[in-house]
Design a protein around this ligand. Structure first.
Ligand code: AQP
Length: 333
């Protein structure tokens, strides 16, 4: 079945293994599945929902673009662009924010987690982030949105927003209600330092994540220091209960090897962590080292990266400006 794919990644720092296994690996598979039309966005408007250093942001926009390409997204097959270069995203977000209900946004757990205790001091942008995300997706009539498990709730909201717009303006199917594509297995990679916390760019500890720019030594060191528990590796799946660190590390290994968790459990049944960590590091180095080298090479050619974003933005703008024009007509502008 023909799919129109849209997804985005925030340029908020080094992309990590969670972004790769939860999202970007899937982007590449979808792109390589002939017939799909893919659009991948560097969501810089989302990035500024928390304070960014302008120089760092500029650098991170290029670095995210380089990471997409280094991971296998081909700019001749897929559109790669950055959100702020296509004005329709901001315009559609405003229109949709007038359709969305405060009660819906109040339920978003990511806002609660990111705003923390002092939510009065969080930006309005952080609160309305999911509406902008809905605009991103709906402008392109995306049929499928590949994301990590943490974005599931935002996608459900996007579906509600699309349906409400269609109802409010009496236009059946004008905004296409997209399907989330969340991998069934290993869709949430956890921190190397805490098996119940999501691996995240904004975690202050660099040891909590494997960055896609890490070299061999950094990967070895991070896996050596990754939190475990005192027991040997389990002999059966059911023995992973309440062992979040063991489950996460075995999940990472299984995802890298494209095998079931059960296979990994059989492979390391009853062995100690030091032996498993050695094999996990090897699997990580095999996958990440070539990506890391390619990112560094691409970052040496800023002109090339900027030309990819410019070309992608022109293509995206053609699609999005047509949709926003129709939206404005419907609204009565
Ligand atoms: N730990 C994760 N496991 C699986 N998937 C993940 N994703 C992010 N973290 C994990 C998926 O990666 C895509 C891009 O995410 P993003 O950078 O746009 O935003 P995020 O989810 O907020 O990622 P971070 O790393 O936690 O960033 P910060 O710290 O800046 O907020 C999404 O599809 C996401 O699901």
């Amino acid at each position: 079945m023909f799919k129109k794919i849209f997804s985005g990644v925030q340029p908020t720092g080094n992309l990590h293994l969670g972004n790769y296994l939860g999202a970007i690996k899937n982007f590449v598979e979808l792109q390589n599945d002939k017939g799909n039309e893919c659009i991948f966005c560097v969501v810089d408007l989302h990035a500024i929902t928390v304070k960014q250093d302008p120089k760092e942001l500029k650098k991170n926009i290029r670095e995210t673009t380089a990471t997409f390409i280094a991971c296998g997204i081909d700019p001749t097959q897929s559109i790669i662009f950055n959100q702020s270069m296509v004005p329709a995203h901001s315009e559609a977000a405003w229109i949709l924010s007038c359709v969305s209900r405060i009660g819906w946004l109040n339920r978003m757990t990511q806002f609660k987690e990111k705003a923390g205790k002092d939510k009065e001091k969080a930006s309005i942008g952080l609160y309305s982030y999911p509406v902008l995300m809905a605009a991103d997706i709906l402008l392109y009539d995306a049929t499928h949105v590949p994301v990590g498990d943490d974005q599931k709730q935002h996608l459900e909201l996007c579906r509600d927003i699309a349906q409400k717009f269609n109802n409010d303006f009496n236009v059946k199917d004008f905004l296409k209600v997209p399907e989330p594509m969340i991998q069934k297995k290993f869709s949430r990679i956890m921190s190397l330092k805490d098996g119940i916390k999501k691996m995240s760019k904004s975690d202050p500890s660099d040891l909590s994540r494997v960055n896609l720019t890490d070299n061999k030594e950094e990967i070895l060191n991070k896996i050596k220091k990754a939190k475990t528990d005192p027991l040997p590796l389990p002999e059966e799946l059911k023995n992973l209960t309440e062992r979040p660190e063991a489950e996460n590390l075995l999940g990472i290994y299984s995802s890298l090897k494209s095998q079931d968790l059960e296979n990994s459990i059989n492979e390391f049944s009853g062995k100690n962590f030091s032996e498993f960590k050695k094999r996990l590091s090897e699997a990580l180095i095999d996958k990440i080292e070539p990506i890391s080298k390619e990112i560094k090479k691409l970052l040496g050619d800023e002109k090339y990266l900027d030309s990819i974003l410019l070309d992608g933005s022109n293509k995206a703008d053609k699609i999005a400006s047509k949709k926003i024009k129709e939206m404005k007509e419907l609204v009565g502008f």
